[in-house]
Ligand binder design. Structure first.
Ligand SMILES: Cc1cc2nc3c(=O)[nH]c(=O)nc-3n(C[C@H](O)[C@H](O)[C@H](O)COP(=O)(O)OP(=O)(O)OC[C@H]3O[C@@H](n4cnc5c(N)ncnc54)[C@H](O)[C@@H]3O)c2cc1C
Length: 421
């Protein structure tokens, strides 16, 4: 059977050269799926496939697995959710890990995961295009020097593939440093400095806390209403509690409960300049994907005045930030906690499955994982690692069933060849 796959591969290989005017340095036939992205989602699919006897090739643009975690996150980061909601399929976190593992512990877990399932991504392979060749019946996945040809393609490049940098008037005029959180490691280099953090999601809030802890003076720009919830309530994680309550109660009631407990524990956040959206936290997450902030201590620093809340920015000048309320203030640095976006539309040439606008599957959760012609998406559910694990299992099951039925055809074909000879 492997021999026939090789022949099939060679045919695909030959055609690959024939169809191209521009010569590619190398063309590789992959018998199983090609998985684009070596983050937790890509690793999870490869591991699930491996456990079912289906080989795959993982292509990763950077030089390590989980590059988001290894290269683009700050030192003090811990998992925001308890570990039981963040483990990948088939392997639990070690028992001695804390409820909220540190970034390094999570990276160690992922390294160990890849080792356990013998997943070895091909590094420094940025996929620049992936197109389904209808004549050939294969996906043609291109990196700078190589073309991979395969039956199944799994997009695992993540919701956080590219940093979102907003265009702020006067940005080029501002003479102090402006950096995205993807480059922020610790508040150490900002000691004694006045820093403006733009964006009040989980990262923005945590970076402010980190700056405080390093004796910097942070202010945070809050343009929109935001739900801030305590990380734990009544001795349980807020996330775990919500999941549990949702089994018995409608979302609106659970939202009401979360808001009531948050008010008791955190007080009225709108008095601090942090208005709450009209829609409850879970309903909002469900409708728009907007994640509530789980407070890890930032709110106390806002209450004590160590972190100042500012309105939106109107424009930047030489050393000064002008706000929409007309006030202006000098800052030594700006940190953009303005999030990330998917890059799928930049490389995937198939236009049906993913939205051009946000690079996420058009079909809502839980139906966004499968497209046409052997195309799959993992980790685009706005449900973190839990959503990625669910996708990974479904994708591996689906590919395995195609793999087995196609293997039967190949075996039948082989038998017929043998009986003729
Ligand atoms: C600061 C932060 C904290 C978070 N904390 C949590 C948490 O506690 N719990 C939780 O469930 N979720 C959390 N998340 C959500 C996060 O998205 C997931 O944790 C996880 O990293 C998603 O995995 P992924 O593999 O889908 O995407 P990523 O981790 O982004 O991995 C995608 C990989 O694809 C590669 N890639 C991108 N484009 C290409 C290309 N064209 N060619 C080849 N490779 C490419 C990237 O280099 C990257 O390695 C957090 C996110 C951030 C930013």
């Amino acid at each position: 059977m492997d021999y026939l796959r090789e022949i099939e591969g060679k045919r695909a290989h030959d055609r690959c050269y024939n169809f191209h005017e521009k010569k590619i340095e190398k063309c590789v036939y992959v018998p199983g799926p090609v998985i684009v992205g070596g983050g937790p989602s890509g690793l999870a699919v490869a591991a699930c496939l491996k456990s079912k006897g289906v080989p795959s090739v993982v292509l990763e643009r950077s030089n390590c697995i989980a590059s988001l975690w290894q290269l683009k996150t700050y030192d003090r980061l811990h998992l925001h959710l308890p570990k039981q909601f963040c483990e990948l399929p088939l392997m639990s976190f070690p028992n001695d890990f804390p409820t909220y593992p540190t970034k390094q512990q999570f990276i160690n877990y992922l390294e160990n995961y890849a080792k356990t399932f013998d997943v070895n991504p091909v590094f420094n392979q940025t996929v620049v295009s992936a197109e389904y060749d209808r004549n050939l019946g294969f996906w043609r996945v291109k990196t700078a020097a190589t073309e991979y040809v395969c039956r199944w393609l799994v997009a695992a490049t993540g919701e956080n593939a590219e940093a979102v940098v907003p265009g702020i008037e006067g940005m080029e005029e501002f003479s102090e440093s402006i950096m995205h959180t993807c480059l922020y490691k610790s508040g150490e280099i900002f000691r004694g400095k006045k820093v403006l953090v733009v964006g009040c999601g989980n990262s923005g809030m945590e970076v402010c806390l980190d700056l405080c802890n390093h004796n910097a003076t942070p202010s945070i720009v809050v343009r929109h209403a935001v739900h801030i919830l305590p990380q734990e309530m009544l001795g349980k994680s807020t996330f775990g509690m919500s999941m549990w309550l949702l089994k018995w109660l409608p979302m609106r009631l659970v939202d009401g409960f979360l808001l009531m407990v948050s008010r008791l524990m955190l007080g009225d956040t709108s008095r601090l300049g942090l208005d709450r959206p009209q829609t409850g936290p879970l309903e909002l997450k469900n409708l728009s994907g907007k994640t509530p902030v789980l407070d890890v201590g930032t709110l106390a620093k806002i209450k004590s005045g160590d972190i100042k809340v500012c309105p939106g920015i109107r424009r930047l000048k030489h050393h000064t930030v002008e706000f929409v309320n007309g006030k202006a203030e000098k800052f030594d640095a700006i940190i953009l906690a303005t999030g990330y976006k998917s890059n799928v539309p930049s490389w995937l040439k198939e236009r049906e499955m993913f939205s051009e606008k946000d690079g996420l599957p058009k079909r809502p959760f839980p139906n966004g994982w499968k497209g046409e012609s052997g195309l799959y998406a993992v980790g685009f559910t706005k449900r973190g690692l839990l959503g990625a694990s669910m996708d990974a299992k479904r994708i591996a099951d689906d590919i395995q069933s195609c793999w087995l039925s196609e293997s039967k055809h190949v075996t039948a074909f082989a038998r017929s060849l043998l009986s003729q000879s």
